[in-house]
Design a binder for this molecule. Sequence first.
Ligand SMILES: *[C@@H]1O[C@H](CO)[C@@H](O)[C@H](O)[C@H]1NC(C)=O
Length: 253
Amino acid sequence: MMLTMTLISFTVASLLAITAVRCAPSNLPSYFKVCRRSDPNLEKCFKSSADELRPLLVKGIPELSIPSCEPLLIPEVVIDQGTGAVSLKSVYKDIKVYGPTQFVIKQVVVDFDKDRMKIKIFLPHLRVECKYVIDGRILMMPISGNGLSNANYSNIDATAIVRAERVKKDGDIYYNIKDFFVDFTIGHASIHLDDLFNGDEDLGAAMNSFLNENWKQVANEVKPVLEDNLAIIFKKFANKIFHKYPIKVLLPP
Ligand SMILES: *[C@@H]1O[C@H](CO)[C@@H](O)[C@H](O)[C@H]1NC(C)=O
């Protein structure tokens, strides 16, 4: 579950970076057209930018260090959660996420005076495949296993609030993303972990049913831990672009 949330946030992060990049004049790659800060239809401009960029996102944009996002590949996510109803150590590797580029932008609000941005997106469907190693307890139930996992998540609503600070470098002013907050709801989740409990089929089937029946509660338990993970992934990704182009280039007046 936390993996999914990480991925959702990753999508939000790419979107943020990309909408920002879209608003740039000549010294950005030519396929980015400018949305001006003073544009009365800024939100509309962002939305159409995202639509234009969608096919590029599928392939990846090497100039901006944005990898192919369909599927989105994430080498590894480690979740080590010590206390509470969900206490476990888990490692997810070779994660493939199908569907992130189908995001729909619902709302974009930019407050230039406060250097804050709010984005609402909708993801119709995400399919996630990975290798997993898990050991611990979920809602009192012991869980352990090592194998392949696949999951489907649908109707995901996510809101991201981003706060930045201005940093001077070589006479230009750049944004540095300080922090962000992500909130999301998942409409439906369906999860399967192969080879739980050393391949014991009965125990594995019981645990998979249990996880699918209780996915909402599991999701809520891991949310706080997840937010730290999200912050790290998001900052790295977005700051790659914000540290590369000054504000006057990314968001001209
Ligand atoms: C997820 O969807 C795929 C394709 O529709 C399906 O093959 C797979 O069994 C589904 N997995 C789960 C855990 O629901």
